[in-house]
Write a protein that binds this ligand. Structure first.
Ligand code: 13P
Ligand code: SF4
Length: 302
């Protein structure tokens, strides 16, 4: 019933639903496209639709709105933020800019719009290494995730300074910690381990593969291994099992849940499509500066 009504409204509104890989199974099943942060931003530009419903957290909905000023962008749960993004305030950026004049500031897409407007480049977990390796400078300011900063430093051999020093995703820092990973490996001998770069270094060291959510999904499908532990938010396991049905895919920690991602439900998607609310609106001055930075960054990803 609710699915039929969503499908009817999608047709009436000429709308598509884009969902992040961590969304609830029932939301992933409703979506026209499921992907990682970079794929979602690019997909929103490709789709021929008047309305885009973003099933993800706020910065994802803001990215869709930023790249699609002519589309109506709906975010069914505007209070679905990202605690990692909140580490990067204007004052933190100004402090590090003052201390490291001349170093480019690269900002993770998990950040507020204001931070993107103040940055030189914006990256996602799948583009960070590529973009930073192409920059002229050997010293890079990177925020807000200290673990992704460390991962990029290892991969590029550059001096990547975390902005701020303690920025982290609580799900990856505390619930995909070395404790949970070692426990899962002990309980699942012979399993391969894939993890997200937002995990701490001592976890990444134990992994067979480190990548964005969609890069992990590709690895899971392509590896010879048929028993895999997934070290990221638990929503990825549903998607992985769907894409690699013959494999035994187990979460490192089933309680590694991003509560904000789970605030999107079929019911609030239905309500959004019906009312064309809540819409994502962006501050025009910030959006125009942030768009320049994002477009410059996307050029380096091609
Ligand atoms: P991806 O870009 O890898 O999908 O990651 C988004 C995210 O929020 C990870 O916690
Ligand atoms: Fe933010 Fe972590 Fe949730 Fe990703 S999993 S949206 S980084 S809080």
């Amino acid at each position: 019933m609710i699915l039929e009504e969503i499908n009817r409204l999608k047709r009436v509104r000429n709308a598509v639903v884009l969902a992040h890989n961590y969304q609830l199974p029932e939301v992933q099943d409703i979506a026209d496209f499921v992907g990682d942060s970079l794929e979602l931003a690019l997909k929103a530009q490709e789709v021929d639709a008047d309305v885009v419903v973003m099933a993800g957290v706020r910065f994802m909905a803001e990215m869709v709105a930023l790249l699609n000023p002519d589309k109506t962008v709906l975010h069914p749960s505007p209070d679905a933020g990202c605690p990692l993004a909140d580490f990067l305030s204007k004052s933190v950026i100004e402090e590090y800019r003052r201390e490291h004049p001349g170093a480019p500031l690269v900002v993770y897409v998990n950040s507020p719009l204001e931070a993107k407007a103040l940055a030189d480049y914006v990256v996602t977990s799948s583009s960070a290494v590529k973009v930073i390796s192409k920059l002229d400078s050997d010293t890079i300011l990177f925020g807000p995730d200290k673990n992704l900063a460390d991962f990029v430093a290892e991969k590029t051999q550059k001096n990547v300074i975390p902005v701020p020093v303690s920025g982290h995703c609580p799900v990856h820092e505390f619930l995909i910690s070395r404790y949970y990973v070692e426990k899962a490996l002990r309980e699942h001998p012979g399993y391969e381990l894939v993890v997200h770069p937002e995990t701490p270094r001592d976890v990444r060291r134990l992994a067979n593969f480190v990548g964005s959510t969609s890069q992990m999904l590709r690895y899971i499908q392509e590896t010879q291994a048929d028993k895999i532990l997934v070290g990221t938010e638990e929503g990825l396991v549903y998607r992985a099992r769907k894409l690699a049905p013959g494999k035994d895919i187990v979460p490192v920690n089933p309680i590694a849940v991003c509560a904000n991602m789970k605030k999107i439900t079929p019911y609030n998607i239905l309500k959004s499509l019906d009312r064309l609310e809540p819409r994502v609106t962006l501050d025009r001055a910030l959006a125009s500066r942030a768009l320049e930075v994002v477009e410059r960054s996307l050029e380096l990803v091609k």
